[in-house]
Design a protein around this ligand. Sequence first.
Ligand code: OOG
Ligand code: NI
Length: 464
Amino acid sequence: MTGPFTSTDAIRSAFSAAMSAMYRAEVPAYGTLMELVASVNVEALDADPALRDALTETDTLDRISEERHGAIRLGTPAELAMMRRVFAVMGMFPVGYYDLSTAGVPVHSTAFRPVGDAALKKNPFRVFTSLLRLDLIGDEALRSEAEATLARRAIFTPEAIALTEKAERQGGLDAADAERFIAAVLETFRWHDRANVSADMYHRLHDAHRLVADVVSFRGPHINHLTPRTLDIDLVQARMPDHGIAPKAVIEGPPTRKCPILLRQTSFKALEEPVSFLGPDGNWQEGSHTARFGEIEQRGIALTPRGRALYDELLNASRAVVRPAADGSNAREYGAALAEAFVPFPDSWAEIRSAGLGYFTYSLTEKGRKTRAPATASVDTLIEAGLVRFDPIVYEDFLPVSAAGIFQSNLGDDAAHEFVANPNQQRFERDLGAKVLDEFDDYAAIEAASVAAARAALGVARAA
Ligand code: OOG
Ligand code: NI
């Protein structure tokens, strides 16, 4: 007898909470940031009743404080393929392909996240997951040593593998198995302060690229940050120093706007943490490693391909004027250039909608719930008649330029590396064992479903 099964949404929510508790215990600054974000979110909602109403109306108010993303870096194709199966048990699927080689980081990535409105509303937990690209490392001897080291490690516990297989076989996990699954999978993300390698090997890996050392030297892909969602990132950025946290120089992504678009992010530098390396005599040698950091983000509307093209164009235009310096020396000029460059991007929901730049959900207004309407009327007509309202769909994904800025600020200023831009989505998908989903398809489907539901509801209103 199997079942009843725990829903994938419930497993994901419980896993996200367990991960947050673990990271809070491991990195106390994350707890400080969570508290700061929670208090700023309360202030932001108090200051903006329209925002509170919109979040309540779209049933997304509760998810805000529960919301977070994490990031891990994997070493081998087999690890990536197994990770995909593990995340599937939690209802998380690979969306999008991100090539970070252009930014001097030898990885390519996807985001595992829930897909579809219902699952996203339950809990939108996402994990930005990168795969190391040793093919971008020039030193062949070091590359094969790194490969051999990675081949020896097992990042999943036998129980995590067995329960993933069981879930696949049965189509789900019952409550007891789900609980064991969460505990077992959490082990993969745990910090290990004992390295897999000698200090010498660590330094050679580190010289090739800090990120290579971070991936290859340890027993598992420790979660390297966990990011809460704020409703006012400028306020959190301004207050971080009062809480003993030094933020990176500039906020990544679009400028401050009335109508937030896509994603704005800021982080604080990775911590230097004590680790020990394998000594020649079998003893542990003390050393240190920097990998884990903190990040916060503010999420805005998901843009259509047209809106995204405009975003990319304006971001590039601002960066042609001034690029943010790692030391923050031109943060003010950069902010001004960014704001100036984004003037052409409309800043009201109505204009963003009519220009076809963003995705929205459509639902009946109070009046719409009581009114008869011709079911054939266009959405625009229904909106004009005050029967249908539209609300921005939240962007659930990531931005490659921002991700590069986050990576770089945490790898240190001396870590500038140039690789030839070398995207290889096909190779990534082969290693993953699946194609990545198209983010635009998901938003378009959510929008279309809401239109259909609003129309159906109006039909019902008419029949009543
Ligand atoms: C991932 C960096 C990217 C984001 O929010 O854009 C990222 C990493 O450092 O592993 O998390
Ligand atoms: Ni992040």
